[in-house]
Write a protein that binds this ligand. Structure first.
Ligand SMILES: [Zn+2]
Length: 328
C-alpha cells in the first residue's frame, strides 16, 4: 500500500478516509506579516481584527467541526504567498486529529520575487523537490503535492515558468500537481498543454476551481485530457452560485465522471487579504454563503444523497479519488 505524507507523518493511503481535497486552515500575506508583525491589523482588537491566537483558535474550531462531520483528512494547498506554515498545520492537526496533507509550490497570478525572476524552471523545481524529498521549512514534514496557479492575467511568462517548474518537480519525484485555474479566463487548456509539453503524467494533475463554471463543454474538454477536476468552491457564490455548482456536479455524475471529481470548498478558516469590514461587506453582498469547511459534509453531500448519489459513488468521490490522485 502506498503511503501519503501528512503534517504528523506518513500514513498508509487507506488511512486517509473521507477527505476534503482543498481547504485552508489559514490564509495570510506572509511578507507583510513578516515585515510588520506588530501592525495593529495583526493584534487582538476584536471584533475588528483577528489576532494571532484567534487565528489558531479559529483554525482548531473549523478543523474540529470537520472531524465532527466525519472528515478524516484535508488537502491543504497553502503554498508560498498564502502564508504556508507547516508547524501551524501540525499544531492544529495534533489538537484536533484532522489529518492534514501539505504541499509545496508558489501561489501567484503574475508577480514573482526577484529571487525567482532570475532563476530558471529547473532551479525553481529544486525548491519544490527539496520540500517533497527532505521536508518543509526545516522540518521532516514532506510535501505531498505541488501547487501552482493561473488566474485572470492568464498564463503569462512568470506563470508559465512556475508551471514548468512544478511539472519538472512532478516528473522527477512523481508528486501530483494541483493547478489553480480560472475557467472565466480559459486558463485550463494552456495549463494542461504546458504539463503535457513537460512530460507530466496527466493522471497526476488536478485542475482546481474547474467548478467555477457550469460550461460542460469546457469541463469535458479538460476531462478528455485525463486530468482530475476540482468542484471545490462550494459557498463562493461570487464565482458561481451554489445551485449552479450543484447542477454541474449532478450533470457530471450523470455523465459518469464520479472517478475524476473532487468536492471541496476552498475555505479559509481566516484570511487577512481584506480588512474585516470589507469581508463583512462582501458577505453581505452575497459573495459567499456558508463558505466553510463544513459545507460539503453538512449540505452538499446530504443534498446529493437525496438526489440519488449512491454509497459507492460517494465513496469514490470522498475516499478513493483522493487516494488515487495522491498516489498516482
Ligand atoms: Zn485554495
Amino acid at each position: 500500500m502506498a503511503r501519503v505524507s501528512t503534517v504528523t507523518g506518513m500514513v498508509e493511503a487507506d488511512q486517509l478516509g473521507t477527505t476534503l481535497i482543498h481547504e485552508h486552515l489559514r490564509n495570510c500575506d506572509e511578507a507583510v506579516r513578516n515585515q510588520w508583525p506588530q501592525a495593529r491589523a495583526f493584534k487582538e482588537d476584536p471584533p475588528h481584527e483577528v489576532g494571532p491566537d484567534e487565528v489558531y483558535d479559529i483554525a482548531v474550531r473549523e478543523a474540529k467541526a470537520a472531524t465532527d462531520l466525519g472528515i478524516k483528512t484535508i488537502g491543504e494547498p497553502t503554498a508560498m504567498f498564502l502564508g504556508r506554515d507547516v508547524n501551524f498545520m501540525k499544531r492544529v492537526s495534533e489538537e484536533t486529529g484532522l489529518q492534514v496533507v501539505p504541499c509545496t509550490g508558489i501561489y501567484t497570478y503574475d508577480h514573482l520575487p526577484q529571487f525567482f525572476m532570475n532563476r530558471d524552471p529547473d532551479q525553481i523545481a529544486e525548491f519544490f523537490i527539496a520540500d517533497i524529498e527532505q521536508g518543509i521549512q526545516g522540518t521532516d514534514i514532506k510535501a505531498a503535492f505541488i501547487k501552482c496557479a493561473a488566474d485572470e492575467p492568464g498564463v503569462n511568462e512568470n506563470i508559465e515558468k512556475i508551471h514548468r517548474a512544478a511539472a519538472r518537480a512532478s516528473v522527477k519525484t512523481g508528486a501530483p500537481i494541483m493547478a489553480h485555474s480560472r475557467p472565466a479566463s480559459n486558463t485550463g487548456p494552456r495549463q494542461i498543454e504546458i504539463f503535457e509539453e513537460e512530460g507530466v503524467d496527466l493522471s497526476k494533475v488536478q485542475m482546481a476551481h474547474t467548478g467555477d463554471t457550469d460550461d460542460l463543454d469546457y469541463i469535458e474538454g479538460l476531462l478528455e485530457k485525463g486530468v482530475w477536476i476540482g468542484l471545490d468552491r462550494y459557498g463562493l457564490d461570487l464565482f458561481l452560485p451554489y445551485d449552479k455548482r450543484q447542477a454541474t456536479t449532478k450533470a457530471l455524475l450523470e455523465r459518469g465522471y464520479a472517478d475524476r471529481i473532487f468536492l471541496s470548498a476552498d475555505s479559509v478558516a481566516t484570511s487577512d487579504w481584506f480588512p474585516p469590514n470589507v469581508i463583512e461587506q462582501l458577505i453581505a453582498a452575497g459573495a459567499a454563503n456558508d463558505w466553510t469547511i463544513r459545507i460539503v459534509p453538512e449540505k452538499v453531500l446530504p443534498e446529493l444523497r437525496d438526489w440519488g448519489l449512491s454509497e459507492e459513488q460517494e465513496r469514490t468521490l470522498m475516499v478513493d479519488n483522493p487516494v488515487s490522485w495522491l498516489t498516482a
